[in-house]
Design a protein around this ligand. Structure first.
Ligand SMILES: Cc1cc2nc3c(=O)[nH]c(=O)nc-3n(C[C@H](O)[C@H](O)[C@H](O)COP(=O)(O)OP(=O)(O)OC[C@H]3O[C@@H](n4cnc5c(N)ncnc54)[C@H](O)[C@@H]3O)c2cc1C
Length: 355
């Protein structure tokens, strides 16, 4: 039986066609895509929306380098372009802010070797990004929202955007409700398991082999009005100017950790480096310190598709460091697969790629 036929059979028996486990950005993007196609959707999350990694504060939506192109980069490119309509649509349906702004990104050029590389990438972006966004080598303007650059030039790209992860996830949950989705307790119909780090651990137990793990990250919010500016990526730091008069700085990347939710002197170091880099932040008060755990599949790619040994069950996970940028297209690709049996997934996104 086709997946579409299967869906119709399930529809006759239950009051929900699809149950999404997990109200993070990936589960909610699947819920919204299924609702948009007319399915009856319920979401289960014992901790509530935005209680996992998606309850964070950084929210850089940024592409991989425009070179060595592969299906994952193409998928990410399409998802970032989709985000230009998706996040304003979430705001419109929910009546709540996501903090989305497609204001691009600047990166300093620090070594001589990076100069020809940056020009080469500009040429490749012109081709690979299909005229929908640009990657340009530019001179600094002298603005106080620019990182120091040892080579006197910067890269500015217009594909990057940013949002406020916690607000965006809560807005998605409100959009689910506005479209008739419900938050419930019992599974019905086809199940999409989007349970983040906990889900990767459970799946590893189910399959008797580790398919992924958690990578802790710490970030901080500073009080400083950078609204409307580009995000900055420099010396491994993300500096993201939110629309609410705060600026996020992050993040640590910790494979080994005892407590997933505490912050420590590694975050102090990040804040100190951000203050050094951008003097406008020097005296900005820290208004929040936050830690969460990124769900990382063994393949390092997103993990999507049918559960390897449980019928009527699908998995969407592995957002790792780019879950928000990937979410719009991951939701649509999962709805294609679950509701219509159309499989457009890149091979290295499949659960089997992490086995
Ligand atoms: C410090 C830090 C900075 C980051 N910066 C960025 C960034 O700049 N840009 C970006 O794109 N990404 C970033 N990320 C990554 C991004 O946050 C994740 O990729 C994304 O949030 C993963 O979403 P998710 O829905 O898979 O998981 P989660 O948000 O963790 O959601 C999983 C949900 O499942 C629920 N759950 C668990 N078990 C069950 C169960 N049995 N039944 C039902 N529900 C369950 C949990 O309560 C949780 O709400 C960052 C992450 C961290 C930690």
């Amino acid at each position: 039986m086709s997946m579409g036929g299967h869906w119709r059979r399930v529809r006759d028996l239950a009051t929900a066609d699809v149950t999404v486990l997990g109200a993070g950005v990936l589960g909610l993007s699947c819920a919204l895509a299924c609702l948009r196609r007319g399915a009856r959707v319920q979401v289960i999350d014992p901790h509530g929306p935005a209680s996992g990694a998606s309850g964070g504060i950084v929210g850089a939506l940024a592409p991989h380098m425009p070179e060595n192109w592969n299906p994952k980069k193409q998928f990410q490119f399409e998802s970032l372009i989709m985000g230009r309509d998706f996040w304003p649509w979430v705001e419109q349906v929910s009546g709540a802010t996501t903090g989305y702004r497609p204001t691009g990104r600047i990166q300093p050029i620090m070594t001589e070797r990076q100069i020809p590389q940056a020009h080469r990438r500009a040429g490749q972006a012109a081709d690979l990004w299909q005229g929908l966004a640009s990657w340009q080598v530019v001179d600094p303007t002298g603005s106080d929202w620019e990182p120091p650059t040892d080579q006197g030039i910067l890269v500015r790209d217009t594909l990057s955007a940013h949002l406020h992860p916690r607000k965006a996830t809560q807005a998605m949950a409100q959009a689910v409700r506005a479209l008739g989705g419900v938050f419930a307790a019992d599974e019905q119909g086809i199940v999409i398991d989007a349970t983040g780090w906990a889900g990767l651990k459970a799946l590893s137990r189910d399959l008797g082999a580790e398919v992924g793990n958690g990578v802790k990250g710490q970030a901080a919010l500073l009080q400083c009005d950078g609204a409307g500016c580009e995000q900055i990526y420099a010396d491994t730091l993300h500096i993201v100017p939110h629309t609410d008069g705060t600026v996020a700085v992050g993040s640590t990347s910790e494979r080994d950790f005892d407590d997933p939710a505490t912050t420590d002197d590694q975050l102090d170091d990040i804040v100190a480096r951000a203050r050094m880099m951008l003097p406008i932040l020097a005296n900005a008060p820290v208004v929040e310190r936050w830690a969460g755990v990124r769900p990382r599949a063994l393949s390092r790619a997103p993990m999507m598709g049918a559960h390897p040994n449980r019928p009527d069950r699908f998995i969407v996970n592995g957002g790792f460091k780019i879950g928000f940028g990937m979410a719009p297209k991951m939701g649509e690709a999962m709805a294609d697969l679950v509701l219509d049996g159309i499989d457009t997934l890149p091979d290295d996104f499949r659960v089997s790629a992490s086995l």
